[in-house]
Write a protein that binds this ligand. Structure first.
Ligand SMILES: O=P(O)(O)OC[C@H]1O[C@](O)(COP(=O)(O)O)[C@@H](O)[C@@H]1O
Ligand SMILES: [Mn+2]
Length: 643
């Protein structure tokens, strides 16, 4: 090993004892049970529901409370206590309002602090003391450690502990201590979070989800098709930008653009006012209680049309300059008969419902008007200069990837494009052909290149980000076509169908899943594919666990817009030292409801896999890293201290 490196390391470990202590510490960690991994996907801007799932650790918090207190507490009390751990500040306020005098309150404090200490002690039992310390609220570390390491049999210490608790109460610190303990418990029940794509679009608060993730101690992200659309917009793709604006308009979420990210939509509104009127197909979908005024709705409807038409025009130029995207069928503006208001697709002619083509020159339908060009330029400038968006996108790049191999499993948002026989589909890019893992790697390479070169707006890398959103062989989309145009302008529903890659039915087949795992150098006997992206229709009896347990699809639809199709409000997956558990979540309405009714919205758990022996850190990705560290420390020991 390079001695310079070891000399440098010796500055940190400047005594034999320090090296020895660290080696012993790391070896001890290797033998602890593996930490709990928490998988979520398709959050689609639903910040409140996501918060709830994080706070309850997909049921882990409640489970621990039940284990500890089932004997001494009623069902209602267990619920109340769980709610206190999820939303401590709010719940404490509610509980305090219910007391008539100070004595009752003090009794409640004493009992609650005691229970919280027991809970945190139990929740941290598989971790080192140092990890627990890091999770604790800093101002109370000393006090909590004193309370934690009390054992009941040392009765003569009892009065000492009582004194501590009384002091905390009389100094007015009890609320803060209880809240701190609650948050620490939340941190301890889950060790690592995986977000299997689609943080953005459809729901109202993706920016808040990003903030939460940025502050989350241990997280990775597998990009979803909607996430790469945002990355693409920030990286200079005008067509990705048009798409995110169109989707925000469609779902009545333009606040995300204007208020959360500070982008001025005035130029778009001016253009929209000039060329467009009301249009049923472009009215925003309203899911919230705070309905925009009629005037606002009309403005959104107009902007929605303006940006959709810009999108369709921009798409055509990419399709033309990238023949190997194989998308010439999607040159729709050229297929329209503007006099007759008809379009011919696959040999069938359909009337166009309410066309709004006033910015289109039938002789050159793909050409942007100068005004349209200026609008999209201005919007691109603002998007690329939004400080907050820059922070969020950089984080997505830092923690994200197209796929992830983690503890033997393959995490991927969409699919691995395959043919009907289950062979990896090939895509030729600039005369070179790619399939399977290589295809995903080259996609990721282009995406990173585009992000690193935001001034380039029409190069291959930037176009490729759009391909990831909508291309036939994109691992994030995986459908033959996206029929956005048809849904706006053609009433015949048959034209709205998006043909899926065979992956989406072949993934039921264990052999296909094994082949995919092998393609990624994973052990097919032990690994699983964890997928998001396609809502599992529990309502119709669809099972999220497929291919004999090799495939788990966890998109149950956090997205409110999809809950009527799925019948639930999302799946999450937990993978701890005992195995994997799938958790189905019932619809989450509001934090207020949970606080009021004390009920949790979780339901059934299904066992995906049960480890025969409890899995240790040694057998995980983290374990591999620790082994390397131990190896280096041993080298240091030999080089510096054992001569
Ligand atoms: O929500 P909308 O506007 O109906 O959009 C539907 C589009 O979203 C997609 O389903 C992709 O989004 P998801 O990844 O959320 O499924 C496309 O296949 C489809 O064209
Ligand atoms: Mn998706």
């Amino acid at each position: 090993m390079n001695t310079k490196y070891l000399d440098l390391l010796a500055q940190k470990y400047d005594s034999e004892e320090k090296v020895v202590t660290e080696i012993i510490n790391l070896k001890a960690i290797l033998n602890l049970p593996k930490g709990t991994e928490h998988f979520v996907s398709d959050l689609h801007g639903e910040y409140q529901a996501f918060q709830h799932v994080l706070r309850n650790g997909s049921g882990r918090v409640k489970e621990k409370i039940r284990d500890l207190f089932e004997e001494e507490m009623s069902g209602k009390e267990l619920d109340e206590f769980a709610t206190l751990v999820f939303y401590p500040e709010e719940k404490i306020k509610l509980i305090k309002n219910g007391f008539d005098n100070n004595e009752e309150l003090e009794m409640w404090y004493t009992c609650t602090i005691d229970r919280m200490i027991k809970l945190i002690s139990y929740a941290s039992s598989k971790y080192t003391r140092s990890k627990l310390r890091k999770a604790l609220p800093t101002q109370f570390v000393y006090i909590i450690e004193e309370l934690l390491y009390k054992t009941d049999d040392i009765t003569n210490k009892e009065s000492y502990y009582k004194k501590i608790v009384q002091q905390i109460i009389s100094l007015g610190q009890a609320d803060k201590l209880i809240s701190g303990l609650a948050y620490a418990t939340q941190k301890l029940v889950v060790d690592h979070l995986h977000v299997v794509g689609d943080i953005y679009d459809r729901g109202p608060e993706p920016d808040k989800i990003m903030e939460t993730l940025i502050h989350y101690p241990s997280v990775d992200i597998q990009w979803g098709n909607h996430d790469v659309l945002w990355i693409g917009a920030f990286a200079g793709s005008k067509v990705c930008l048009a798409n995110i604006l169109r989707i925000c308009a469609r779902y009545n979420n333009l606040e995300i653009i204007e208020d959360a990210y500070g982008i001025n939509l005035r130029p778009l509104l001016n253009l929209a006012e000039k060329y467009y009127g009301d249009h049923a197909a472009f009215r925003p979908k309203i899911h919230t209680d705070d309905k925009p005024s009629d005037h606002e709705q009309l403005q959104i409807t107009k902007m929605h049309q303006a940006i959709a038409m810009i999108q369709f025009k921009l798409e055509s130029s990419i399709i033309k300059r990238r023949p190997y995207f194989n998308m010439s069928e999607r040159l729709l503006l050229e297929k329209v008969d503007y006099d007759r208001e008809e379009i011919t697709l696959h040999g069938n002619t359909y009337p166009l419902v309410n066309p709004c083509f006033s910015t289109i020159d039938p002789e050159d339908p793909n050409r942007l008007l100068e005004e349209e060009e200026q609008v999209i330029e201005k919007l691109l400038f603002s998007i690329q200069h939004s400080e907050k968006l820059a922070r969020h996108m950089k984080f997505l790049m830092k923690k994200g990837s197209l796929y992830l191999k983690y503890n033997g499993n393959l995490l991927i948002h969409g699919c691995i494009p395959v043919d009907e026989e289950g062979n990896m589909e090939k895509m030729t890019i600039e005369d070179k052909s790619y399939a399977g893992r290589e295809l995903l790697d080259i996609f990721e390479h282009y995406l990173r290149h585009s992000f690193a070169n935001p001034k380039e707006t029409d190069d291959l890398a930037t176009d490729m980000v759009w391909y990831l959103w909508t291309g036939q062989y994109s691992s994030l989309f995986g459908k033959r076509e996206m029929t956005t145009f048809e849904r706006y302008f053609i009433s015949d529903k048959a034209t709205h169908k998006e043909r899926k890659n065979p992956y989406y039915y072949l993934r039921e087949d264990e052999e296909v899943c094994r082949k995919i795992l092998a393609e990624f150098d994973l052990n097919p006997d032990q690994g699983h594919i964890i997928n998001g992206h396609t809502p599992v229709k529990e309502i119709e009896g669809e099972n999220p666990i497929k291919a004999g347990g090799k495939m788990v699809v966890i998109d149950g639809g956090f997205s409110k817009a999809y809950q009527s199709t799925t019948g639930i409000a999302g799946y999450t997956l937990l993978y701890n030292s005992f195995g994997m558990q799938l958790v189905a979540h019932k619809r989450f309405n509001s934090k207020e409801e949970v606080l009021r009714d004390g009920t949790d919205v979780l339901s059934v758990k299904r066992l995906v896999d049960k480890e025969l022996e409890r899995k240790k850190v040694l057998e995980t990705n983290v374990g591999e890293e620790l082994l390397q560290e131990i190896y280096i420390l041993n080298s240091l020991m030999e080089y510096k201290y054992m001569k």
